[in-house]
Structures are given as C-alpha cells and as structure tokens.
Design a protein around this ligand. Structure first.
Ligand SMILES: C[S@@+](CC[C@H](N)C(=O)[O-])C[C@H]1O[C@@H](n2cnc3c(N)ncnc32)[C@H](O)[C@@H]1O
Length: 268
C-alpha cells in the first residue's frame, strides 16, 4: 500500500478528516495509551496531547463556576470539555471550525453520564456565536496554536467572558509568540504561565508510534487522515525542542469588554 504524504497544511480545518475518522482507529488509541500510561484520559478520547493531569489543572484554574456556563473553544470531538464541565458542575458550550467534530461531540454529549447541559456549534475562536458576557470561564485544549488571528481570538474571548472570568488554555509557544503580551493587550491579567509536565517525551513517543504504524493507521482511518498525522509527525518533531507546550490561565479585567478591539489579520 502507498499513501501520499504532502506538506503539513497550515489550514485551520486541516484535521477535518482525522476528526471524522479518529473513532475508527484502535491503533491510534493504542499509540496514545502506550505513550501516556495512566495519564491518558481515555474517557475524554481527545485529539491532541492533553493528559489527566492537564484536565485537573484546567478545572482547578477555571475558578468558582459551579452552576454556570463554561465554553470550550476548538473543542474537537468534545471529550475534554465534557470532562471539565462534569468536574466543575457547569453547563458547556463547545465551538469548533470542523463540522464533523461538532456532530460527534453532540453524540458524545447525549451519552455522557451524568447528563450535562452541553451545546456544540460550528464556529471559530474569532467568531464563536456565543453571547456577550455569557460564560463564567473559557477553556481551550491544544487549539490556539492553529488560529491565524490570535488578537481577534483573544478579543472574542474577552467579549464572551463575564468580568473577572478565567480563560485557561494549553498551546505551543514558539519564541516569536508572546501570549502574555497578547493577553494583556486584550485586557487580561495573566495568573499562570507554565510548561506542562513531561509533554515533550510524550509527544515524541506519539510521533514515533504514528511513524511506525503508518500502514495500520491508513487501513483504519483512510489515507487522507493517516497522511495528515504522518506529515505532522515528520515535520513538527524538529521544532518541538524550541516550542514548549504551555498551560496559561488569565483573568478578564473588570473594565474590558473586548468590544473596542478591531480584529487584525496576522499570524501573531
Ligand atoms: C488538536 S485539536 C484539539 C481538539 C480538542 N480540544 C481535544 O483536545 O481533543 C485542535 C482543534 O482546534 C480546531 N480549530 C482550529 N482552528 C480553529 C479556530 N480558528 N476556531 C475554532 N477551532 C479551531 C480544530 O478543528 C481542532 O478540532
């Protein structure tokens, strides 16, 4: 069997086929399980590099939000947001640019125990479709690095958060990108900025697993999805050492509405 592996695409919806076919690959789940051990949050069935430890830390940093609404931006197939909403006792609004992911998140939510008031919609970080001041906290797992217009994304998070609400996210941080400065420009006070524990060895182990199971992945997920994973595993390994995976928590200032900011188009 052969498969075409192109360049790793820069499009925000480049994982659409992976998100659509991930459920069908026991091999991919096995690769994550082997790389993470007991820290693999299998019940969340994530697509990214979130661990049980990260999910607990995200919930802890969301603040006192019981009975109110949590948003998960770049929610993918919904599992991480549902687990955090369950831990916090909140309702959940998940948003993602990929429709297939949103549809699967809705199915997952309908089977989630205990029942969570969860809505999943197609939308983007920059235009979530959520009401102004409607969220007590906003979380995002491993999605912000894909967003082209980060100032517009931060302005939108400011808009949807209640005053004093927390924004907690994981992402990768290249040297040229200063999340702290962008957050403070958008009216946030940065509370926590930390590298996530042991992320590099886990991520490299996942990439090794993908590269040594190419045939199985293509057979289970189809060539397009497998080619996307293989391109990422090949092309991003070399930049990881200088691109730490960070967990950031920031608090919206009482004065910031997010409304005065004009979105800028830049790969900030
Ligand atoms: C690595 S996946 C993480 C998914 C999920 N958070 C998880 O951990 O399972 C990144 C997600 O971000 C979404 N995404 C990329 N750009 C986005 C944007 N501008 N707005 C919203 N979602 C976006 C992708 O479609 C994808 O589902």
């Amino acid at each position: 069997m052969t498969w075409a592996v192109g360049e790793f695409s820069q499009e925000e919806d480049r994982y659409a086929e992976v998100l659509r076919r991930q459920w069908s690959s026991d091999t991919l789940r096995g690769i994550y399980r082997d790389a993470y051990g007991a820290d693999y949050p299998e019940e969340a069935d994530p697509f990214g590099f979130v661990t049980r430890t990260d999910l607990v830390r995200i919930a802890e940093l969301c603040g006192h939000v019981r009975g109110r609404r949590l948003a998960d931006l770049g929610c993918g197939r919904g599992g991480p947001g549902l687990e955090v909403a369950r831990a916090l006792g909140t309702s959940l609004s998940g948003v993602d640019v990929v429709e297939a992911a949103v549809l699967e998140a809705r199915t997952r939510a309908s089977a989630h125990e205990p029942a969570t008031d969860a809505r999943f919609e197609v939308g983007s970080f920059e235009a979530t479709g959520l009401g102004t001041g409607s969220c007590a906290a906003v979380m995002s797992v491993d999605a912000l690095w894909m967003v082209w217009d980060k100032p517009a994304a931060f302005a939108e998070v400011t808009r949807i958060l209640e005053p004093g609400g927390h924004f907690v996210f994981t992402t990768w941080e290249p040297a040229y990108l200063d999340h702290r400065a962008l957050l403070s420009e958008a009216g946030f006070e940065v509370l926590v900025h930390e590298e996530t524990p042991a992320w590099l060895s886990r991520q490299l182990a996942v990439y090794r697993g993908i590269l040594s199971h190419r045939r199985e992945l293509a057979g289970e997920m189809g060539q397009t999805a497998a080619a996307t994973l293989i391109a990422e595993a090949r092309e991003t390994r070399s930049v990881l050492a200088t691109t730490p995976r960070v967990l950031v928590a920031a608090k919206k200032g009482a004065e910031s509405s997010g409304l005065s900011r004009r979105p800028r188009r830049s790969r900030a």
